[in-house]
Write a protein that binds this ligand. Sequence first.
Ligand code: ATP
Ligand code: MG
Length: 264
Amino acid sequence: MRVPKSHPRYESLVRREKLVRAWRAGVVVPEGLIAHGRGEAFDYLLGEETSAPALVAEKAAAAALLLATHPVVSVNGNVAALAARDVVRLARAVPAAIEVNLFHRTEGRVRTIVRTLERSGASHVLGPRPDARIPGLESKRALCHREGIYHADVVLVPLEDGDRAEALVKMGKTVISVDLNPLSRTSRRASIPIVDDVTRALRNVERFVRDLRGDPTETTRILRTYRKSGNLRAAHSFLEWRLEKFSKTRQSAGGRPRTRKVRR
Ligand code: ATP
Ligand code: MG
């Protein structure tokens, strides 16, 4: 289907199209489509743009990646479908390793996702020959690479499951999550939860990486002053503010609330 540019929900429809195409290509599983639906609902509530608290977390994430000894970006089907190019750009900017890590793992799907990333410019993508396990997880969900996620000190896990995010934290890693649901276990367990859409988040983190690179004092300061609990509280307050605003606007004009623009 061709989505007309004039459609008010153009970007959201394009994303859905990308996911359906990726599902046909064997990159995305049906469960991934359901997970996207949950993300979309939160994006709608949050105003479909980066909030101020998300921007703070994105900057802290950039600092953590820059200060890491062994940073890794973990990629699953939805991430490959929606943001393969953005993953590759960010990994190059840091630089960080890329590892395909699937919740619903089949070897064929790992290979297809590796190819998708390679077509977007990646080289040496980890994932196809795992030689380690994340402790505390059962089945294939635990598989990972020794030279990738297993030995990473900082892992960026966009759209991760709460269980695995928690297992990675227990391994002593700094876990950066990207999840539009500020209430999910992933957001609560991660060391630096980013409550934003995956494409916007990866682009913002990359921009901050480029801004901060070459300024280690500022990079260290950003990470030192970041507070997860305060930032998540701000994300929750932002959602509350949006809902309050929405009910007021509905009473007076019957429309969608105007979003609070983020100034940078
Ligand atoms: P948890 O296991 O963390 O409690 P969950 O089981 O509800 O959460 P999962 O299915 O494990 O969720 O992971 C999918 C998560 O990814 C959802 O919380 C959803 O909000 C989020 N998500 C889906 N699409 C996007 C997107 N495009 N950008 C950011 N987050 C997204
Ligand atoms: Mg889950």
